[in-house]
Design a protein around this ligand. Structure first.
Ligand code: ADP
Length: 253
């Protein structure tokens, strides 16, 4: 089994016939998706199409009614607290809001989870935090408090914090949507560098030029289904369905 989990052909995330409802509202209507090791997948689609719900299912924030989900070959089982804890360590997530702990410095925000969950010593955690802050271009901000940082800097701290858990896959849910336009680039550059280093990424994004440049595959979600999936050059240049054509043209209005 240990050998299997290191094979590049095994998916990091396998989603099979996943269905999710809120009451009578079926939001995910049978999603199948394999995310390969090192793959970057961009999820696009109209508001309400189920993009965010899909990510939230993958990291265990939402329970689903039917289907199966495995991360690194291990099934996600809500009834097992231990399985959930393991899953959380494998799946990092970054949100639109940065959600840093306001009373902790940037460096300590990054140190916290490794100390609590991975039982790292303060020295080890501080050393790792220093390295990760440097990796996101914030080497000099270890002692800065979140309210002393710009939105772009806070989001980069949030990325460093997610990386500190050494996740197998990183989920990004519209991580630049709350940022002033001039701060979007610095965050996307960090994500692009992670992609270049081989991080497996599943990201909901409105940044089509970024998706086009960085994603290996793009998923167009429509009404709770994967409506189209393929390499960005194909989806953006030759959309097959009227729904995707309409979505893409709506972005230029
Ligand atoms: P997207 O990310 O594509 O905008 P969402 O996954 O956020 O779409 O939402 C998909 C659908 O699920 C929407 O119809 C939304 O109203 C519904 N929904 C999302 N979260 C909840 C919730 N916590 N309770 C009830 N309905 C929800």
């Amino acid at each position: 089994e240990a050998i299997h989990s290191t094979l590049g052909s095994d998916p990091i995330v396998r989603i099979t016939a996943l269905r999710k409802s809120y009451g009578a509202n079926e939001v995910l209507k049978g999603i199948d998706l394999d995310v390969k090791r090192g793959e970057v997948i961009a999820i696009i689609g109209k508001s309400g199409s189920g993009k965010s719900t899909l990510l939230r299912c993958v990291n265990g924030l939402e329970q689903f009614q039917d289907g199966a989900l495995t991360v690194n070959g291990r099934p996600l089982l809500h009834e097992s607290a231990m399985a959930m804890r393991e899953l959380r360590q494998q799946v990092g997530m970054i949100f639109q809001g940065f959600n840093l702990f306001p009373h902790l410095s940037a460096g300590r925000n990054v140190m916290l989870a490794p100390m609590l969950v991975k039982k790292r010593s303060p020295n080890q955690a501080a050393e790792q935090s220093t390295k990760l802050l440097a990796r996101v271009g914030l080497a000099e901000k270890f002692n800065a408090m979140p309210d002393q940082l710009s939105g772009g800097q806070q989001q980069r701290v949030a990325i460093a914090r997610a990386l500190a858990m050494e996740p197998a896959v990183l989920l990004c849910d519209e991580i630049t949507s709350a940022l002033d336009p001039e701060l979007v680039g610095e965050v996307l550059r960090v994500v692009e560098s992670l992609a270049e280093e081989g991080m497996t990424l599943l990201m909901v994004t409105h940044e089509m030029s970024f998706a086009r440049k960085v994603a290996d595959r793009v998923i167009f979600m429509h009404q709770g289904r994967v409506h189209e999936i393929g390499p960005p050059a194909e989806l953006f240049s030759a959309p097959r369905t009227p729904e995707l054509k309409q979505f893409l043209s709506s972005l230029h209005d």
